[in-house]
Design a protein around this ligand. Structure first.
Ligand code: ZN
Length: 219
């Protein structure tokens, strides 16, 4: 049985009801005296419905930004506000606390994210390759909808530069994951052992991507 988090609202009602709110959280309405065991049994029976419903709520929620004053944007796992109509000359600026944009939006963010990824992530790719005797051929940076990275048969590595919105540990995980594919062209036990030997905490990064990956695509 899977344990789900939910908010319980009890009242004089006679039946149980489940609702997924705008944040994809589960709200359970239950009669005053119904036992928690019965309630959680009911939740468990409806787990497929809950899963489907909360996923579609999340995908509807990931609406595109308007690139307006105060709107927040991810960089290395933290959110920073945008300031618009500033005296900022051209493209997108970042002073460590605030993004500044004179005009535009998506194009400027994509260009900035790509440049930042090049500067921050590519040296880490080199570092992990050198230190763990893993080799790659060419690297390409892309902004893909479905992939964070890939490694071809001849060890050409593609990395999704939208990952620059994620914590550095998550960027490292994707880099190491693809580098390990230069040795193991599959997701076998040996593959995961190699990933683990380099990044013992890789599972937390994997979870972060599952939970937050959609946020990186919000441009
Ligand atoms: Zn893989």
């Amino acid at each position: 049985m899977m344990i789900m988090d939910y908010q319980l609202i009890r009242s004089k009602r006679k039946t149980l009801s489940l609702q997924i709110n705008g944040n994809a959280e589960l709200i359970v309405r239950a009669p005053n005296r119904l036992s928690v065991k019965k309630i959680e049994q009911f939740i468990d029976e409806k787990s497929n419905w809950i899963d489907k419903k909360s996923k579609s709520t999340l995908s509807n929620k990931s609406k595109k930004p308007d690139y307006i004053e105060g709107e927040k944007f991810l960089y290395l796992g933290s959110e920073y506000p945008l300031s618009v109509n500033t005296a900022h000359a051209k493209g997108l600026g970042f002073d460590g606390q605030i993004f500044s944009l004179n005009k535009g939006g998506k194009v400027e963010f994509l260009a900035w994210y790509k440049a930042a990824f090049k500067k921050i992530a590519l040296p880490r790719l080199e570092y992990y390759a050198k230190n763990h005797q893993l080799s790659y051929n060419q690297v390409q940076l892309k902004s893909q909808k479905t992939l964070w990275g890939s490694c071809s048969g001849v060890n050409n590595i593609n990395l999704n530069y939208l990952l620059i919105g994620a914590p550095i540990s998550v960027i490292d995980y994707v880099i190491v994951h693809e580098l390990c594919h230069s040795v193991h062209k599959n997701h076998s036990k040996n593959f995961w052992q190699l990933v683990f030997s380099i990044l013992p905490n890789y599972k937390a990064s994997k979870c972060w991507l599952l939970d937050n990956g959609h946020r990186l695509q919000n441009l």
